[in-house]
Design a protein around this ligand. Structure first.
Ligand code: F6R
Length: 607
């Protein structure tokens, strides 16, 4: 939520800041702005709207900014509506900041500062931090930052410039991410590495409670008491091309097409001698045998990946699995003990609720295992065990390839649990792995002809509302399909366990209402088909997604999308592809900004 960048070096910073901000726009796009130090003065240009809609135009009007040090921000509004005045950077002629996070005690701080004679113009929490820094500033930036952040409660990553230090950027963080990029005679700050890949792969990770003082020659770090800290250089493994569209119209479409490769990259290194291997994170069979419960905790699509895991682990191993929405888990005093395993799933590794759930599990003494896509992220660092998903950077706000690899890793975990608990033999496990290794080709097959998805989407774009139905694993998948459609097409939909419709929801069915039926589970097929007929006879337009060879006829569905058969258990990895593409085309047909849907941001670092 919100992206921040900064540059100091020999080159004109304006273009670099804008370019880096564009890479972070997926974190929020309510407004954007930059502040630079030009001829000893702080100059700020900012505007409501996306970078290209507002800021770029304003910068053209402002004329060339001739500066080599500056900070930038792209906003996902929390306090104060999206407007020019509430945009960042925020500050005065002495000190100006960009902020990612939420200041919880900003009202108290504001009252204090008003008493001290400060006037406020925005509705943001951030303005209190800018004014507090100004209040404490007596010529020593690090001292002012230490004092200010000691007063602040909440989460923050701050990029700060002081007029008196025209070649420096200062940064500090608590709970919101921030990295310091290392160039050759130039240095950067950014919320994440995608902003900097074009310039450098080397970076330092700023930790909570650390202050960075950055000049073109390097960075020095200290804690809030001024004690020096030595930090290790990190090297990003992501490639710059991975964060570009590569000829696709949208990141989402590109990322859907990257799924076969992402699955292979994620599962291959974890298969040894044909069996799933969790040695890299220290998870042993003995541990898996001894856990009383397995919790899977995550948000949104990541939680849906956990739902698939629950079905598979429980059915294979008869081990109880509780899937929880992180924002519920953290406040519901869960029945969690030191004998349990808590699997945390997160693409970004920064989702506030998921992170809090992890902290709770760590406190209770449970073992925590994180499936995370972003190396160096908070969740990756705080979990006792980590398995990275190798999806590469996911730029589109709607998750596709990250969900896919989370599910793929869930299968490996499910197989390992079953093996450890002697629910399957090694031979059976090898057979499952062989089938799992075929999934990338099956996904590729789904991507050969996109017309059926376009056709299905064209039936949805005029609808006010629709239903996704399925049973068992297909129900878990329906949830993901429905979320995907809602978030990027803005068409209301609900996912329903197909057998549950007749207990109330079926009354919503009216003439022409689309119903997407996921029917991949042979064992449940007859039942699902009955439910499809029930809605079709009441006027629904039924789009069925089913594997080749499953007989769904015209009496049960108006459109049948056939996909490669992967066997019931692995079908979610294939069947999610049509669901992603139907949502994608619905969004395109409605003329929406597919990669940056309204009101959303990629990385949800607030509660
Ligand atoms: C939906 C989507 C979100 C995320 C959720 C968790 O397409 O992307 O629902 O899955 O915000 O984010 P992470 O995985 O970063 O914790």
């Amino acid at each position: 939520m919100c992206g921040i960048v900064g540059y100091t070096g020999k080159n004109k910073c304006e273009d670099i800041l804008i370019n880096s901000l564009r890479k972070l726009e997926y974190r929020g796009y309510d407004s954007a702005g930059i502040a630079v130090i030009e001829n000893g003065k702080i100059k700020t240009v900012k505007s409501k709207g996306k970078i290209n809609d507002g800021l770029v135009k304003k910068l053209e009007d402002a004329g060339t900014l001739n500066a080599v040090t500056g900070i930038g921000h792209t906003r996902w509004a929390t306090h104060g509506e999206p407007s020019d005045i509430n945009s960042h950077p925020i500050g005065n002629s002495r000190v100006t900041i960009v902020h990612n996070g939420i200041i919880e005690n900003y009202r108290k701080l504001k009252t204090f500062l008003i008493e001290k004679g400060y006037e406020f113009e925005s509705e943001t929490d951030t303005e209190t931090v800018a004014k507090l820094l100004d209040y404490y500033y007596t010529g020593n930036p690090v001292e002012a930052i230490s004092k200010a952040v000691t007063d602040i409660e909440g989460a923050y990553a701050l990029g700060i410039i002081f007029r008196d230090y025209p070649d420096m950027i200062y940064a500090v963080r608590k709970d919101s991410p921030l990295i310091v990029g290392i160039g050759d005679g130039e240095m950067y700050i950014a919320s994440d590495m995608t902003a900097l890949l074009e310039y450098t792969k080397k970076y330092y990770l700023l930790e909570t409670g650390e202050i960075a003082a950055i000049s073109q020659n390097g960075a020095s770090f200290c804690d809030l008491h001024g004690n020096k800290i030595k930090k290790e250089e990190q090297i990003a493994t992501w490639d710059v091309s991975e964060a570009e569209k590569g000829g696709f119209e949208h990141f989402m479409l590109k990322e859907i097409h990257e799924q076969p490769n992402a699955v292979t990259k994620t599962i291959s290194p974890r298969i040894k001698d044909g069996l799933p291997c969790f040695e890299e994170c220290g998870l042993t069979d003995e541990m898996l045998r001894n856990y009383h419960h397995i919790f899977i905790v995550a948000c949104g699509s990541a939680m849906h990946a956990g739902m698939v895991g629950k079905y598979i682990i429980e059915s294979m191993s008869r081990t109880p699995v509780i899937v929880d929405i992180a924002s519920e888990f953290r406040y519901r005093n869960p029945l969690l003990s030191a004998d349990d395993l808590v699997v945390i799933i997160s693409q970004s590794g920064e989702t506030a609720d998921t992170k809090a759930a992890l902290e709770l599990a760590n406190e209770v003494g449970a073992d925590t295992l994180a499936f995370v896509n972003v190396v160096g992220s908070s969740i990756a660092r705080e979990a006792k065990m980590v398995m990275f998903t190798y999806a590469g950077p996911e730029i589109s706000v709607a998750s596709t390839k990250a969900y896919m690899v989370q599910v793929a890793l869930m299968y490996l975990l499910s197989f390992r649990v079953a093996l450890a608990r002697h629910a399957i033999t090694e031979e059976q496990c090898r057979d499952y792995i062989t089938e799992l290794e075929k999934i990338p080709d099956k996904i590729s097959e789904c991507l050969k002809d996109l017309d059926p998805y376009r056709k299905a989407a064209s039936r949805l774009v005029g609808a006010d509302s629709l239903l996704y139905i399925g049973r068992g694993l297909d129900y878990a998948l329906s949830m993901e399909g429905s979320l995907k459609l809602k978030e990027i097409s803005y068409i209301h939909s609900e996912s329903y366990a197909a057998g549950e419709l007749k207990h109330g929801t079926i009354s919503l069915i009216c003439d022409g209402m689309p119903v997407i039926a996921v029917a991949t589970q042979r064992e449940l097929l007859a039942k699902t088909i009955s439910n499809m007929r029930e809605v079709k006879t009441r006027g629904a337009y039924v789009i069925a997604i089913c594997p080749k060879g499953i007989s769904v006829d015209a009496e049960s569905a108006d459109q049948i999308i056939e996909i490669p058969d992967a066997g019931d258990m692995l079908m979610p990895l294939v069947a999610v592809v049509p669901l992603q593409l139907i949502a994608y085309y619905a969004s395109v047909l409605r003329g929406n900004d597919v990669d940056k849907p309204r009101n959303l941001a990629k990385s949800v670092t607030v509660e």
